[in-house]
Design a protein around this ligand. Structure first.
Ligand code: NAP
Length: 277
């Protein structure tokens, strides 16, 4: 497994597993657990979830998938911005821990910036860290200016990651955000790295997939992972998709592949507001 080193020195897998829309339907649960277990078996030991996903349902699916192997997993969950007050953060974290049937999160993220002052949320994250409830914290959907605000609050420099939308069809973050994160050693976690399937039907992606004898999904992910220090968290609730996606780790896109993808999905030519789902 390719690893990414966090500013704490800890290493995490470059390819993880997302869980949005899991835990929403009872009849889908067994399949979702089985897909996540397959991901873990194949070395995708970072699992990304959130209290928002299925209003806690996804965290319960994750609990089933990691049962008996919690120590192998780097577990990421997220707090709703409206819960991220000094008191609310602790309560939301406890609820997530209960649903996940674990005593700690490896990483706890503010899902997007809300109205509670960042200083309060950071203080609450740091208190959870001291109490052993979380091992680290980060943010999601933070643009360059938001990261600037974060760095000015006490403890803001302890932010480990910014989880942002990044895929072939959404490249705006390449303009400034990636550099900003690299300068402060904040790992970029790419969400929706498959573009929720949309770019996979593109002719250039299909041609490159044929050349590398793999699934278009593996090409889309290899393209995201070409960026040093960027981690991808594709969601797959079908085992076949998990197996296809893990092949991304073996694919090295050459300059002709990258040039063809730049034509099909042009890089940004200037600043634009951060895209988010
Ligand atoms: P995604 O990973 O880009 O795409 C997921 C979709 O692609 C699912 O419909 C999945 O189908 C399908 N898929 C997976 N592998 C495939 C393959 N090889 N070929 C064709 N289709 C394939 O989208 P996402 O779920 O939005 O993003 C990934 C994760 O990022 C989320 O699950 C979540 O954990 C996180 N996220 C975070 C935020 C945030 O605001 N922080 C926002 C969005 C997402 P099946 O499920 O049927 O296998």
């Amino acid at each position: 497994m390719r690893l990414i080193t966090l500013k704490t020195g800890e290493k995490v897998p470059a390819l993880g597993a997302g869980t949005w829309h899991m835990g929403e339907r009872k009849d889908a649960r067994a399949g979702e657990v089985s897909a996540l277990k397959t991901a873990l078996d194949l070395g995708l030991t970072l699992i990304d979830t959130a209290e928002m996903y299925g209003e806690g349902g996804a965290e319960e699916v994750v609990a089933d998938a990691i049962s008996g192997q919690r120590d192998r997993v780097y577990l990421v969950s997220k707090i709703y911005p409206h819960n991220a007050s000094r008191k609310g953060t602790r309560a939301a974290c406890e609820r997530s821990l209960r649903r996940l049937r674990t005593d700690r999160l490896d990483l706890y993220l503010l899902h997007w910036r809300g109205s509670h002052p960042l200083a309060e949320t950071v203080e609450a994250f740091e208190a959870l860290k001291e109490g052993g409830k979380i091992r680290g914290w980060g943010v999601s959907n933070f643009d360059v200016a938001d990261l600037g605000s974060l760095s000015s609050v006490a403890g803001g420099g302890n932010c480990l990651t910014d989880q942002v939308l990044y895929h072939l069809g959404a490249r705006g973050v390449e303009w400034r955000l990636f550099d900003t994160c690299r300068k402060s050693d904040v790992m970029v976690m790419a969400y929706s790295p498959l573009g929720q399937g949309r770019p996979l039907g593109n002719r250039a992606v299909k041609t490159i997939a044929d050349k590398h004898a793999c699934d278009p999904g593996a090409i889309a992910l290899a393209w995201v992972l070409r960026q040093e220090g960027v981690l991808a968290i594709p969601k797959a609730s079908r085992v076949a998709h998990v197996r296809a996606n893990v092949k991304a780790l073996e694919i090295k896109l050459d300059s002709a592949d990258l040039a063809a993808l730049d034509v099909a999905f042009p890089p940004p030519k200037g600043a634009s507001p951060l895209e988010m789902l």
